[in-house]
Design a protein. Structure first.
Length: 195
C-alpha cells in the first residue's frame, strides 16, 4: 500500500526534492499528497508545483499564533488524507491533533538531545556544535511531540567535525546525511505502520 505524505516546509524545499527524487526513482512507495508552506513565495512551493504536487500556503503571519496556524495546517492535511506528516524545514511549531500522534516526523541537523530546542535550527545549530568543540555531529530523525526537537528517535547519522570546518562546510556534510536518513526513516515507519 502506498503511503500518503504531507510535507511541511518554510523555505527552499531541498528535503522535499529528495523525497520527489526517491519516489520518482521508485526507491520509496509513497505519494506526496500535499506540500504546505508557512511562507509564500519560497522555492519549496515552486519545486512542488514543478512536480505537479498539490500545494497550499498557510501563512503563519495570517494566523498570528501556533494554535490557529496548526488548525489550518491540520485542515489541509486532513483534506489531503495523509498518512504521515514530514516536517522538512518548517520554521513554525505544528501542534498536531491526537489523530496524528506518532505520525509526525522531523529531521534535525544535530545528534539530539544535544543542540535542540527552540531557536536551534539551521546555522544556529552548526555554530553551537563548532563553538562547543565537538568532534562529530550529524542528524536525527524523530517522531515529534509537544516539545521542540523532542520525541522518540527513529535513527541518527553521524558525520565528523573537521578542524577547519565553518558552519557552511559542516552544514553541507550534515545535509548530505539528512538526505539519506530521512527517506530511510520513512521506510522504517512504513514497516511499523504496515504500509
Amino acid at each position: 500500500m502506498t503511503v500518503r505524505l504531507g510535507i511541511l516546509l518554510s523555505g527552499n524545499g531541498t528535503t522535499l526534492q529528495r523525497f520527489i527524487d526517491e519516489i520518482t526513482a521508485r526507491n520509496l512507495d509513497a505519494k506526496i499528497a500535499v506540500v504546505i508552506s508557512s511562507r509564500p513565495n519560497v522555492l519549496g512551493i515552486e519545486r512542488a508545483r514543478r512536480a505537479r504536487i498539490p500545494t497550499e500556503v498557510v501563512n503563519w503571519r495570517t494566523y498570528g499564533n501556533d494554535e490557529a496556524f496548526s488548525a489550518a495546517v491540520t485542515d489541509v492535511l486532513q483534506r489531503a488524507n495523509v498518512d504521515l506528516v514530514l516536517c522538512a524545514g518548517l520554521l513554525r511549531k505544528y501542534l498536531f491533533p491526537e489523530a496524528y500522534k506518532g505520525r509526525v516526523l522531523n529531521v534535525h541537523p544535530a545528534l539530539l538531545p544535544k543542540y535542540g530546542g527552540q531557536g536551534m535550527y539551521g546555522h544556529h545549530v552548526h555554530e553551537a556544535v563548532l563553538a562547543a568543540g565537538e568532534t562529530e555531529s550529524g542528524c536525527t530523525v524523530h517522531i515529534t511531540d509537544e516539545e521542540y526537537d523532542h520525541g522518540p528517535i527513529i535513527l541518527q547519522r553521524t558525520v565528523p567535525v573537521l578542524p577547519d570546518d565553518t558552519p557552511d562546510t559542516l552544514a553541507e556534510r550534515v545535509q548530505a546525511a539528512e538526505r539519506e536518513a530521512y527517506p530511510e526513516a520513512v521506510r522504517m515507519m512504513m514497516e511499523r505502520l504496515h504500509y
